[in-house]
Design a protein around this ligand. Structure first.
Ligand code: C2E
Ligand code: CA
Ligand code: CA
Length: 535
């Protein structure tokens, strides 16, 4: 009988010994005092069990109480072993979940790269280490178009592939992250011009091969803007602002990358100043509208006029529209500016009519005007008030504005077309639109971008492009305007290529309405304007 009790207690001792290792592991991983007390208790129990075993060894037979105690000790040891092992398992599970959570909170779920939070920690660690480094903001070009045209699935695949190929190409030391949308960041120890150039070459090499996603071959490019610590600033906020400014400038100039320099700051200050002055200009009605004639080549007559906004500068002359229109677009002031130009046009149309010059005026619409129906509503009001006829206005929309948000633009243009307005696609050739867009949208006229026209004589490519655009437009039932015609040679060349209308300094610079009336009356220069509302 003593043997059975001894076996039970001996088994209990081994179970307690089995519990020791996991108990020590728990104590190492969790500093809670409770676990240490539990470990001490197990060791004390072990001594108790061994003493009792020694006691049993010394007696011949066991009483009921001794047997019961042996059974209880055996059960107790199993209990301790189970509790300890299950606790260790739970602790490990919780730790693994916590590790996963920590990883998730610091990584982007789509690309697996470090996320914004991780990036901010990494950059502040870098600043603390105080060794020079550069930080870059990388922005995919044309990502919105991919999203709009092909949908989220393809856009996500582009982000995943771009992240993977760039990461593979970058040196080990770089910290590469995605901070949201199509924006990525890069922290690198490259600070000299040459090292930065090599780093940027890595990125552009990574994107050299088009991405093959299902049946599509998508060519992706990026614009990057960078700033250097501590050369440009030792403040994180400033470094990021500078990198962002540099990136916007790279986008504007359509170059691969720009590293921040002081002149970018001056540019930002200039933009801020223009932006605040624009509000005043609108409130004080400072804007004027000038008109440039479009010439009908075949008829040899003035055909239509393009309205071009003019903002008088305090120091004389005008602030060029190319400088303030993009800022007005960013500030959402462009809608008010378009309405202001429209009101001017209505008044000037009356003046032109009184001078016997019934004609049609082209107005430039901006990207923002194509996002909702405010222009269509305002035009309907003007028609109802009898201030304008739909046939007296041609709406010029740039190819880039159309490509910015094709589905919204299509809705707006369809509505305007139903209202009877003709639509002219401006700056054609610069916006990378697919030819199918021309079939989908109600486009009646194509204006070849000035850059192709002016370089036609020096560059064979430009001449071929102009010739192809004219052919394409005619095949699609559209007429063609060539902008930027400055010489007689160009007039002859474009006439040979069967371009329908010409516009440029060769004929006239944009003129205020009174000068325009004079110009039209000067029959030595040109036959009088004809009332031709077609385009
Ligand atoms: P755009 O619509 O392509 O207008 C033609 C621009 O080319 C005008 O510049 C015009 O003055 C200029 N130009 C015309 N013929 C020649 C030429 O023979 N040689 C050269 N070098 N230039 C020529 P401007 O008036 O400075 O306007 C620049 C751009 O600003 C316009 O390009 C248009 O995109 C925008 N813009 C002008 N007025 C408005 C407006 O009322 N609303 C909007 N949203 N944009 C406008
Ligand atoms: Ca235009
Ligand atoms: Ca143009």
């Amino acid at each position: 009988m003593a043997v059975l009790a001894m076996l039970l207690v001996a088994a209990g001792v081994s179970f307690l010994l089995f519990s020791l290792k996991p108990a020590v592991t728990i104590c190492r991983q969790d500093n809670n005092a409770g676990w240490k007390i539990l470990l001490m208790l197990i060791i004390c129990f072990l001594f108790g069990y061994l003493l009792f075993l020694y006691y049993l060894y010394g007696i011949d037979s066991t009483s009921f109480i001794e047997n019961s105690l042996a059974i209880i000790l055996f059960g107790g040891s199993i209990f301790v072993m189970m509790v300890i092992n299950l606790s260790l398992k739970s602790i490990r599970k919780i730790q693994s979940i916590a590790r996963q959570e920590r990883h998730n909170s610091l990584h982007d779920s789509l690309t697996g790269l470090a996320n914004r939070k991780h990036f901010l920690t990494a950059i502040s660690d870098k600043v603390e280490q105080s060794a020079p480094f550069s930080v870059f903001i990388l922005d995919l070009n044309g990502f919105k178009q991919i999203n709009d045209m092909l949908g989220h699935y393809y856009a996500d695949q582009v982000l995943i592939k771009a992240a993977a190929v760039i990461k593979r190409q970058l040196p080990e030391e770089c910290f590469f992250s995605r901070i949201g949308g199509d924006q990525f960041t890069l922290i690198s120890s490259a600070v000299t011009d040459e090292n930065i150039r090599n780093l940027m070459t890595c990125i552009h090499l990574a994107l050299k091969t088009p991405f093959n996603i299902n049946s599509y071959n998508l060519k992706i490019s990026m614009c990057c803007g960078g700033s250097v610590f501590p050369e440009n600033s030792n403040q994180i906020v400033t470094l990021l602002q500078q990198a962002d400014n540099a990136m916007s400038e790279a986008k504007k100039r359509q170059v691969g990358y720009i590293t921040y320099n002081d002149s970018l700051d001056n540019d930002a200050k200039y933009r801020l100043e223009i932006s605040s002055r624009l509000h005043n200009a609108l409130a004080e009605n400072q804007f004027q509208v000038h008109y440039q004639p479009l010439i009908n080549v075949k008829a040899g007559r003035i055909h239509h006029f393009e309205a071009l906004i003019r903002w008088p500068a305090a120091e004389g002359g005008f602030i060029p529209p190319d400088k303030f229109i993009p800022i007005a677009e960013q500030n959402n002031l462009i809608r008010q500016i378009t309405i202001c130009v429209l009101n001017n046009i209505c008044d000037h149309l009356q003046e032109l009519k009184q001078a016997g010059l019934s004609s049609c005026i082209h107005i430039n619409l901006s990207t923002r005007d194509l996002q909702d129906d405010h222009i269509s509503v305002r035009l309907a009001e003007l028609i109802n008030q009898g201030r304008i006829l739909a046939k007296e206005l041609v709406l010029e929309v740039t190819e880039t504005a159309v490509m910015n948000d094709i589905s919204a633009t299509k809705t707006v243009l369809m509505q305007l077309s139903r209202q009877g307005f003709l639509i002219s696609l401006d700056d054609f050739g610069t916006g990378y639109s697919s030819l199918s867009i021309l079939l989908e949208l109600p486009i009646h006229q194509i204006k070849i971008d000035r850059s192709f026209v002016t370089s036609m004589q020096e560059k064979r490519n430009s001449r071929s492009i102009v010739q192809s655009i004219i052919l394409l437009a005619h095949n699609l039932g559209c007429t063609v305007v060539a902008e930027g015609v400055e010489t007689k040679v160009l007039v002859d060349e474009l006439t040979n290529l069967k371009c329908d209308y010409l516009q440029g300094y060769y004929y006239s610079k944009p003129l205020p309405v009174t000068a325009l009336i004079e110009y039209c009356r000067d029959t030595d220069k040109m036959q009088p304007v004809c009332a031709d509302f077609s385009i």
